[in-house]
Design a protein around this ligand. Sequence first.
Ligand code: THU
Length: 135
Amino acid sequence: MDDKQLMECALKMRDMSYCPYSGFSVGAALLTESGKIYTGCNIENAGFSSTNCAERTAFFKAVSEGEQKYKKIAIAGGKKGEAPTEYTYPCGVCRQVMKEFCNDSFEIISVITTEDFTKKTLGELFPFGFGPDNL
Ligand code: THU
């Protein structure tokens, strides 16, 4: 599994997004240490706070299938039905979920196209966070 394939999965998962309220579709593809991919999309809700982001969908699918070690995640977001035009980075809640399972070197790839992307680490996006090691 190379980064290009992971990014393609994230881009494709935008088609599965349920986003009638924001009109902003997000896809994610999470690569486990064992080499499997768990995908996710954002799933909105009329009670807005019940919305689940694409990243958390992917993480929760993976954890519920018994996978807890992760290498990297690719994320693509943009106006529904249109190609992404900006880099999408995980919200604070998703960063906190990542912190539970990943160390600072976990890689977060934000995708516009498979040729136009950024790579950040969790340590860069969520410094001084609170995680399992703090308890
Ligand atoms: N969203 C994600 O799924 N992931 C992100 O990284 C940013 C935001 C979703 C939540 C909501 O459904 C929509 O995008 C607009 O905030």
